[in-house]
Design a protein around this ligand. Structure first.
Ligand SMILES: [Zn+2]
Length: 73
């Protein structure tokens, strides 16, 4: 069996795509955690802003003004 090498999506290093690499498609646990973490943040921001866009599609409000709304906890 030949080893399949892939490029780590985070740092671009060669990583082995096999059951030996528990972090695939990343080269290491560190890259995996960093990349998943940044993904979670982006996804949250996109979801939050897109739902507002649907509601305020024709008001012409600046999105930045709404994001500055104080959080109510
Ligand atoms: Zn990496």
């Amino acid at each position: 069996m030949s080893k399949k090498l892939i490029d780590c999506p985070h740092c671009g290093e060669k990583a082995e795509w096999s059951e030996n690499n528990a972090f695939r498609p990343f080269c290491s646990e560190r890259c995996r955690l960093i990349d998943l973490g940044s993904w979670a943040n982006e996804e949250y921001q996109i979801a939050a802003s897109s739902s507002q866009d649907e509601n305020d599609y024709s008001t012409g409000d600046e999105p930045g003004a709404r994001e500055a709304t104080p959080t109510m906890h």
